[in-house]
Write a protein that binds this ligand. Structure first.
Ligand SMILES: Nc1ncnc2c1ncn2[C@@H]1O[C@H](COP(=O)(O)OP(=O)(O)O)[C@@H](O)[C@H]1O
Ligand SMILES: [Mg+2]
Length: 334
């Protein structure tokens, strides 16, 4: 059952809003950039919004400050994984985006993939590499090339493409610097896409193109040769099929409110889901604002629409994943 979002027309209805940013994760700086942009947007629209850097005393600060609502702009662990969401539920403070379950599942790339598999959604072959495992034996079914990634990280931290088993150990160590659990995933050669979700609206797809090996940290935040195509260049019917798949992938994880689904399409036109971000970047250059602009939504309106998701029924966060029935075979020509 889709969640209907509140439509707020008067900024005062939001009350005093905390824009939570910063935090302790590896993505702290990215979060501060996004949080600053959201804060300026909400203030420009007359919302009584204040920036709160989420330190260890964040709950005390929120209570003492008399905040009525929270815009969660924290990336990574502690902010995007259900931890702050659970604490805010306990305080009875409404917040933007996914609840505990959707946040926690999306932060875990392994469990995300297991759930998608169970629902017949396409995701590349994978293996879990825990400490002490015989790496070469574990990745046997994954197939070369592959990519190794930390299970609970973002911003492409700790990821390496592995072309040969001799590179496994070094790649595993690079991922281990960020996480105890490492995921080996079959490498997809083809086009990369991402789709934003706001409320129940699937935004136009963005096709990402980089001359680098993959869309790594540098390609995301530093490089000036990363290209973002929106419109993405697919025909309308194919784009709609992919949007439906991505929305189903979002629902299956119990995600609500807003987010971004990353996926790729291989040379045969078959899509492969990678991950869901429940608090995607929100700087002026970020992906979701680009797609929103293509859909006719400027940055300020987007921030407002996301804040509206904090009015969604609390029990929306506990609804089962979209009642997704086994998916049709998502075979399209990308
Ligand atoms: N299976 C894969 N095949 C090819 N490239 C991949 C694969 N998985 C990830 N990548 C590349 O790595 C980037 C980051 O991976 P992703 O799983 O989206 O994690 P993050 O949370 O860091 O964004 C992707 O945007 C893509 O460019
Ligand atoms: Mg990603």
């Amino acid at each position: 059952m889709p969640v209907t979002d509140a439509q707020i027309t008067d900024a005062r209805r939001f009350g005093k809003v905390a824009v939570l940013m910063g935090g302790q994760s590896a993505e702290r700086d990215v979060s501060l950039n996004s949080g600053g942009a959201v804060l300026r947007a909400l203030q420009a629209l007359g919302v009584d919004a204040h920036g709160v850097d989420a330190g260890h005393d964040v709950l005390r600060v929120l209570e003492a400050g008399g905040y009525e609502r929270v815009f969660i702009m924290l990336h990574g662990r502690g902010g995007e994984d259900g931890v702050i969401q659970g604490a805010l539920d306990t305080l009875g403070l409404p917040y933007t985006g996914s609840g505990v379950l959707g946040s926690a599942l999306s932060m875990d790339k392994l469990r995300t993939k297991r759930l998608w598999q169970a629902h017949g959604l396409p995701t590349p072959a994978f293996a879990e590499l825990s400490a002490g495992a015989d790496l070469a034996a574990r990745v046997h079914g994954v197939g070369l090339p592959m990519i190794l990634k930390p299970v609970h990280e973002g911003s492409s931290f700790g990821m390496t493409k592995v072309q040969d088993v001799s590179q496994l150990q070094a790649a595993w160590q690079a991922a281990c610097a960020f996480d105890d659990t490492v995921l080996a995933e079959h490498w997809i050669d083809g086009a990369e896409y991402t789709m934003g979700v706001v409320g129940r609206q699937a935004l136009p797809l963005i096709r990402i193109e980089t001359p680098r090996t993959f869309y790594d940290f540098k390609a995301k935040y530093d490089a000036d040769d990363t290209q973002y195509h929106c419109p993405c260049g697919l025909d309308a019917a194919t784009e709609q099929t992919l949007q439906a798949m991505a929305l189903q992938a979002f629902d299956v994880l119990g995600c609500t409110g807003w987010g971004r689904v990353d996926f790729m399409c291989d040379a045969d036109g078959r899509p492969w889901l990678l991950e869901v971000n429940t608090v995607p970047g929100m700087t002026d250059h970020s992906l979701l604002p680009k797609a929103a602009r293509q859909a006719g939504m400027d940055f300020n309106t987007l921030a407002w629409r996301i804040l509206e998701t904090s009015f969604a029924r609390r029990d929306a966060h506990h609804r089962p994943g979209g009642g997704a029935s086994p998916s049709p075979l998502y075979k399209v020509q990308c």
